[in-house]
Design a protein around this ligand. Structure first.
Ligand SMILES: N[C@@H](CCC(=O)N[C@@H](CS)C(=O)NCC(=O)O)C(=O)O
Length: 217
């Protein structure tokens, strides 16, 4: 039994959902309602004391946190199909692309950061939305700068094979779209995102299929 603690609109949860689907792992998603502070429920502190999703529990094992660490775990647990290239330089590039989204942009988008904007700076709803949209767009722009014109970019972010980089890109782009941020003017990113969205393992992972997710989002 594999349990994924997640939230329908969470970028980091989406990364793990896609990877679980690609690796063929059956799982049950347990929704943690970030919109109503579910991450701060004392019962959830035992799963992730950092009060964030995702967390993954495999069987009787301990809860695993941090989506990128979970992706590395899945890669070791279920090596096929691989989500990292066979060569060290390729793996470094794929991880670097993924971290552009997961380490550079996503951290400033999370509810705790936006909440602080409100508490410390009295940010209005319009300013909060502008902040979130800015950083979503910034991530996509950085993705385009990294991917366009690089001969290692192929049908997917790295050559012709799906990788962790595609998972991070699509997760970012999908939730960005939910905030009205599209990939217009970013042809390489837009092309790869559309190709990946058509893959059944990506499609099944999308927020609209997650527990608690609206039918259209
Ligand atoms: N670096 C972490 C980020 C986890 C994270 O911040 N998740 C967001 C949802 S995408 C969250 O649960 N935020 C709760 C909050 O900000 O209060 C990861 O990749 O798993």
């Amino acid at each position: 039994m594999v349990r994924l603690y997640g939230y329908w609109r969470s970028v980091a949860t989406l990364r793990v959902r896609i990877a679980l689907n690609i690796k063929g792992v059956d799982y049950e998603e347990i929704p943690i309602d970030l919109a109503h502070d579910g991450q701060h429920d004392p019962a959830f502190a035992a799963v992730n004391p950092l009060a964030a999703v995702p967390a993954l529990v495999v069987g009787d094992g301990p809860p695993l946190g941090q989506s990128m660490a979970i992706l590395e775990y899945l890669e070791e647990w279920r090596p096929r199909p691989p989500l990292l290239p066979a060569d060290a330089a390729g793996r470094a590039r794929v991880r670097a692309i993924a971290l552009t989204f997961a380490a550079d942009n996503h951290p400033v988008l999370t509810p705790r950061v936006v909440r602080h904007l409100v508490q410390a700076l009295d940010a209005t709803p319009a300013q909060q939305r502008d902040w979130v949209r800015h950083w979503f767009r910034q991530g996509l722009v950085q993705g385009e700068a990294t991917l366009a014109g690089d001969p290692r970019t192929g049908r997917f972010c790295h050559g012709e094979t799906l990788s962790v980089a595609d998972i991070a890109l699509v997760s970012h782009a999908e939730v960005a779209r939910n905030f009205g941020v599209e990939t217009d003017g970013l042809p390489t990113v837009g092309r790869i995102v559309e190709i990946c969205r058509a893959e059944p393992d990506f499609e099944r992972a999308l927020p609209r299929h997650a527990p608690g997710g609206p039918e259209r989002c």
